[in-house]
Design a protein around this ligand. Structure first.
Ligand code: PLP
Length: 416
């Protein structure tokens, strides 16, 4: 099947939700993907942070094959051996007490919001003033379902679908005074991505996260951290909040958890988890034996990779900072570990850089219009970083000359 025929069929048959890059992939191995013509591509996006062990990792393949040959699904009406085992490992590394398994990031986040509201109701039945308001951040992204959208701080995602879940207010990013202005005893949850992903790879300031923790703790509200993109080793620690030494009440996870299979999770303290009774929340697919078995294997492999993520991430960041020194188009380099972003001074330029890298068979993407996003697999080596840096230095305009992308943009404009 050719790329052209797939494009034609999708155009006729699918909801037009995605703007895809024009490449047809058929297999992967390690940090590389191959298209149907047999060309390899260096994958510095990992399926948006999902394929954290790269493609066809032997341990994941083995776990998948073994479990697929035994049992794939039983529903949550019955027991199987792997949900509790996965929960045991996640609670141990996170410092939280209880887990719930969902199928995606947005579903985990929806469940976290429900849990926060359910917990708040247990307080108000004890004679406290009702807590129901939710504070989220400008530029945040928590997913595409109604509750997640309601807490997503981009009007362009929210506006076509209103009215959404009521009771949400948005606080300016990293602005402690604005947080205090919005906060009162009616707030049941403060919702934060420890590092905003879709919002442009923006880590929270330690002072802001600490203020959110102190305010919520003092009033009996909950601190919800969305670590769907930044958690599970991406920053060189199991969780990004562990860099800040802050203890959240609820954490959500998804993307890399089952190394490419769909699995999300909510982790919560015992106190919060006690607000849920049987029947209040659930899912048909979530936490099946196949995904849980694979996730256990992912966590086993991850334990040996955390230092590597920190080391290669530090090397990558240093090299990106070096490019900033050479190109006036680079505004800022941000992020932690292998979650890095490079903000450019123009959205057009960022789009062109992504296209130019694709032409050189390197996969990255652009987020928040002007930010180049790098989410390579945790198994990436310094030599792969060097390859990306070389490509970037070819396409970014250098101060004083106008090669690569800069020239192409001006040519394109003069023809239009
Ligand atoms: N939360 C964060 C921080 C995300 O980055 C994403 C997806 O990019 C989501 C939630 C939604 O996850 P999903 O696309 O699996 O529903």
């Amino acid at each position: 099947m050719s790329l052209a025929s797939v494009i034609r069929s999708e155009h006729e048959l699918l909801l037009p939700t995605y703007v895809r890059q024009k490449v047809l992939f058929e297999k992967g191995r390690g940090v590389f993907l191959w298209d149907t013509r047999g060309y390899p591509y260096l994958d510095f996006l990992s399926g948006i942070g999902v394929n954290a062990l790269g493609h066809r990792h032997p341990a994941i393949q083995r776990a998948l094959r073994r479990q697929a040959s035994r049992l794939i699904h039983v529903s949550n009406l019955f027991f199987h051996p792997y949900q509790a085992e996965l929960a045991r490992r996640l609670t141990k590394i996170s410092g939280l007490d209880r887990a719930f398994f969902a199928n995606s990031g947005t579903e985990a986040w929806e469940g976290a919001l429900k849990l926060a509201r359910a917990y708040a109701r247990t307080l108000s039945t004890n004679g406290h003033r009702p807590k129901w308001r939710i504070l989220a951040l400008d530029h945040s992204f928590h997913g595409r379902t109604m509750g997640s959208l309601a807490t997503t701080g981009h009007a362009k995602y929210r506006d076509p679908f209103g009215p959404l879940v009521p009771g949400v207010s948005f606080v300016r990013f990293n602005d402690v005074e604005d947080l205090k202005r919005h906060f009162d005893t009616s707030v049941c949850a403060v919702c934060l991505e420890t590092i905003q992903g879709e919002g442009g790879i923006r880590p929270l300031d330690a002072g802001f996260l600490r203020a959110a923790r102190e305010l919520t703790k003092a009033s009996g509200a909950l601190l919800l951290l969305d670590e769907i993109q930044c958690g599970l080793g991406r920053t060189g620690r199991y969780f990004a909040y562990q860099h800040y030494k802050v203890e959240p009440d609820i954490v959500t996870l998804a993307k890399p958890l089952a190394a490419g299979l769909p699995l999300g999770a909510i982790l919560a303290t015992r106190r919060v988890a006690n607000a849920i009774d049987p029947g209040m929340h659930g899912t048909t697919f979530g936490g099946g034996p196949l995904v849980c078995r694979v996730a256990i294997e992912f966590l086993r492999v991850l334990a040996g990779l955390l230092d590597h993520v920190g080391e290669v991430g530090g090397y990558f960041r240093e090299k990106l900072e070096g490019l900033k020194g050479r190109s006036g188009a680079v505004v800022e380099v941000r992020g932690m570990g292998l979650m890095l972003g490079m903000e450019l001074n123009s959205a057009d330029l960022a789009q062109q850089v992504v296209a130019q890298l694709l032409r050189r068979r390197i996969l990255i993407n652009r987020t928040s219009e002007t930010v180049l996003r790098f989410l390579p697999p945790y198994i990436v080596q310094k030599k792969h970083v060097d390859q990306v840096i070389r490509a970037l230095s070819e396409v970014l305009p250098t101060t004083g000359r106008k090669p690569g992308v800069a020239r192409q943009i001006s040519l394109r404009r003069s023809h239009s």
